[in-house]
Design a protein around this ligand. Structure first.
Ligand SMILES: Cc1cc2nc3c(=O)[nH]c(=O)nc-3n(C[C@H](O)[C@H](O)[C@H](O)COP(=O)(O)OP(=O)(O)OC[C@H]3O[C@@H](n4cnc5c(N)ncnc54)[C@H](O)[C@@H]3O)c2cc1C
Length: 405
């Protein structure tokens, strides 16, 4: 049972709602935060601009750190992940025609789990539904207001009617293009950004994965990644020019290019098939500082973006949600602001390490247009070092499985 709110409970169907935490965005950050707060007896409402089906249809991340799985367990949404997720002990780095395994489990004692973001989202949505907490889908013109005062509020339009939520706090979990970060006025916010000079062309296919573990390939033609969502559904990526369009990449061209960037054994055993999803994503490193503005907090992609090479985006959204939920629990249970005062520092310390790791993996594995042949040779030397030095392998593995939080 959750504790009764000192203020009026949240209700729907009226023009003014009241809750403790108004969460903007029903992606992984918002949904996980909502469930953690529910576990701690803290009322919250989520406002999402799209439909639930639209959110569930977005094919994105697929690799969970143990800490992320632990958070799903904490909110009672981890059962299906344990049943259907694939636990991986290592990854393979391919370069110079050979594959080299990094054994994460033997060097860190930890593993990662392959379980799609769509499944994580579905499990969290179902848990929220079972708990009877409110999510307003198709909420238009969501606007966080007065968050620098003691009485923050959020307005939104639903079915042509404007509603207002009065709350104690606003959690901006609305992704990179959301309204929360955009509502903060300069000079209260600093941003740091690098846009990489290439993108990832990805396809999803109903085919068995080429290998039991992920293959990250550094090749003269460009980077490639072989990953999966299950033992019968594969996800493959090739580095491509930023201005390419998916129309230029019929399936046959994609499979041919992927094979060229893999070692012979992988290329020979690759099972191809029609793509069921195909998209091109740009690669970016981005951090906004701080992650708190009065009574509004940012979490997940709303505050930071990493290139997917290190598989950190979804996992950072989860650790932010954890830090923020703990801070808010301290505020309500212990009447202490220490946690919320420290949220930004604590979250950013982990964020920057993931930004560094993702940048490093990206730099080591991709073909850069501006670094020439010396850049390519330095990459090969680094890959040789990383796969032959126990210390270097452990460092990669420790970051890949996720730093503690
Ligand atoms: C195309 C793509 C591919 C990716 N691939 C990978 C990958 O392979 N591996 C990996 O680790 N990471 C990947 N990522 C990153 C990972 O998916 C994100 O880090 C993760 O989704 C972050 O979760 P989030 O909840 O912070 O943000 P999001 O998932 O973006 O969720 C934000 C939510 O807020 C909603 N919203 C936005 N604006 C508003 C508004 N004004 N009002 C109300 N709601 C709003 C959005 O509709 C969305 O549902 C990928 C991201 C993208 C975009």
């Amino acid at each position: 049972m959750r504790e009764p709110d000192a203020r009026e409970p949240a209700t729907t169907g009226e023009q003014v709602l009241r809750t403790k935490v108004a969460i903007i965005g029903a992606g992984p950050a918002g949904l996980l935060l909502g469930q953690l707060l529910r576990t701690y007896g803290i009322d919250n409402i989520i406002l999402e601009r799209h439909t639930a089906d639209y959110v569930l249809g977005r094919i994105r991340a697929g690799l969970l750190e143990e800490g992320t799985v632990g958070l799903l367990d904490e909110v009672g949404a981890g059962a299906r992940a344990h049943h259907e997720g694939l636990v991986h002990d290592g990854i393979e780095l391919a370069f110079g025609g050979n594959r080299h395994r990094i054994d994460m489990k033997s060097s860190t004692g930890k593993t990662v789990m392959i379980y799609g973001q769509t499944e994580v989202t579905l499990d969290l949505m179902n848990a929220r539904k079972a708990a009877g907490f409110t999510t307003v889908y198709e909420a238009d013109d969501v606007t966080p207001l007065d968050f620098e005062t003691e009485q923050p509020r959020v307005t939104y339009v639903k079915d042509g009617t404007t509603h207002e939520i009065a709350c104690d706090f606003i959690a901006g979990c609305d992704g990179f293009h959301g309204i929360s970060r955009a509502s903060v006025r300069l000079p209260a916010i600093d941003t740091f950004e690098r846009v990489y000079p290439f993108g990832w062309l990805g396809i999803l296919s109903e085919t068995p994965p080429v290998s039991n573990e992920l293959i990250y390939s550094n090749h003269a033609r460009g980077f490639a990644l072989c990953t999966m969502r299950s033992m019968h559904r594969s996800r493959y990526y090739v580095q491509c020019p930023l201005d390419d369009h998916i129309d230029q990449w019929p399936d046959d061209r994609f499979w041919d290019e992927l094979k060229r960037r893999l070692d012979q054994k992988a290329a020979d055993s690759l099972v191809t098939g029609p793509s069921i999803e195909k998209s091109i994503a740009p690669l970016r490193s981005f951090v906004a500082e701080p992650m708190r503005f009065g009574r509004m907090f940012l979490a997940g992609d709303a505050a930071h973006i990493v290139p997917p090479t290190g598989a950190k985006g979804l996992n950072l959204a989860a650790s932010d949600a954890h830090y923020l939920a703990c801070a808010l629990r301290e505020y309500y249970d212990e009447k202490s602001s220490a946690g919320i005062d420290d949220y930004s520092r604590k979250a950013l310390a982990r964020v920057w390490k993931a930004v560094r790791f993702s940048w490093w993996m990206t730099s080591m594995l991709h073909k850069f247009p501006d670094t020439g042949t010396i850049g390519a040779r330095i990459q090969l030397a680094e890959l040789d070092y990383v796969t032959s030095s126990k210390a270097a392998m452990t460092s990669l593995a420790e970051n890949y499985v996720g730093l503690p939080f």
